[in-house]
Design a protein around this ligand. Structure first.
Ligand code: ADP
Length: 322
């Protein structure tokens, strides 16, 4: 089992098809009672597929006990044969369960059966920023300001908890029913024991990866919290321009462009304040990048109006401000 069956946390599940309909799949959780005597049974009705990741499928589920909706990340144990994969999932759970913040997708709990591991999560109704950008192409600067500040708040919480996310990208920024950002997927996150400890493993998605991560792997240098600021710069650029700054036909050329810091803004599309903010975050030298507080205090945010919310219609079309 992935989690120790000691104390109050141990659970097992059985997945079964409802006898009444071959369409309805239920997930049954056997949750150990806190005092250790026996277990309680919790059934979830599996709904539509919300998305697929490298190791997992994510479905909408409804608890038949409470009628509440959740997302469940199902990881087949067949994908966890290698100890590295098991370790990765364990780290993801260990970190994610401590990340309680309004702009972080809430981890509810974990259970498992013989075949799968299940991570029950807060349901984010409006998909990820990736789908939003695909449909919209670009976002307005007003929307970008609001969404960016929410991401900055989430990262501030992580960094204050000594957690580096290391895989911030549009596909990991989910949107709630009310169009608030919910950062998800802590699969590559790490917790550093002291703030100057450096990590040496390569991780992140090519388009969003910081230069010191590519270099660090070659030269055995480390990287730290500043990698998330770099990704924030890539996210902001992508929201306003419609594609990531270093995008290329293949991973090798993307890395080459990142290392040469080769990107440009399309003419007349992005304001000077936005350009300056993005350029400050996309500095090759991690020490030169702004702190999260400096990002917040940048004129891109302080010199312009910020909407208090955006409507769900923004997933398909630009807002019309009254
Ligand atoms: P992996 O770690 O395997 O990459 P993710 O956590 O990124 O998996 O999830 C894969 C996809 O499932 C996401 O891109 C998203 O579309 C969807 N998804 C994940 N979590 C949620 C959630 N809490 N609510 C709604 N959709 C989600």
């Amino acid at each position: 089992p992935l989690q120790k069956k000691s104390g109050c946390t141990g659970t097992t599940t059985v997945v079964s098809k409802s006898p009444s309909s071959s369409e309805q799949v239920t997930i049954v959780e056997h949750r150990k009672r806190p005092c250790g005597d026996g277990f309680t049974v919790h059934t979830y009705l599996r709904g539509k597929l919300l998305g697929k990741g490298g190791f997992a499928k994510v479905y909408k589920v409804t608890s038949l006990d409470t009628n509440k909706e959740y997302a469940v990340k199902i990881v087949p144990k067949a994908n966890l044969v290698k100890s590295r994969a098991r370790q990765k999932l364990q780290t993801e759970i260990k970190i994610h369960r401590t990340m309680k913040h309004a702009n972080i997708c809430e981890y509810k709990h974990f259970f498992e059966d013989k075949v799968n591991c299940y991570i029950l999560l807060e349901l984010c109704h409006n998909q990820s920023m990736n789908e939003m950008i695909k449909r919209r192409k670009t976002l307005t600067e007003e929307e970008t300001r609001l969404l960016m500040l929410q991401i900055v708040d989430a990262i501030t919480f992580m960094h204050d908890s000594n957690v580096i996310h290391r895989d911030l990208k549009l596909g990991n920024l989910f949107l709630s029913k009310n169009m608030n950002i919910k950062v998800g997927d802590f699969g590559l996150a790490c917790r550093v024991d002291s703030s100057d400890e450096k990590r040496r493993t390569i991780c992140g998605t090519p388009n969003y990866i910081a230069p010191e991560v590519i270099e660090g792997n070659k030269e055995k240098r480390g990287h730290s919290f500043e990698v998330d600021i770099w990704s924030l710069g890539v996210i902001c650029f992508t929201m306003l321009v419609g594609k990531p700054p270093y995008e290329s036909t293949d991973v090798k050329s993307t890395y080459r462009r990142i290392l040469a810091n080769e990107y440009s803004f399309p003419i007349g599309k992005v304001s000077d304040d936005a350009r300056r903010l993005i350029a400050s975050m996309l500095q090759t030298n991690p020490k030169m990048r702004p702190s999260l507080d400096e990002v917040r205090r940048h004129p891109f945010f302080t010199m312009h109006q910020i909407p208090s919310s955006i409507p769900p219609s923004c997933t398909v079309s630009a807002p019309i401000w009254c």
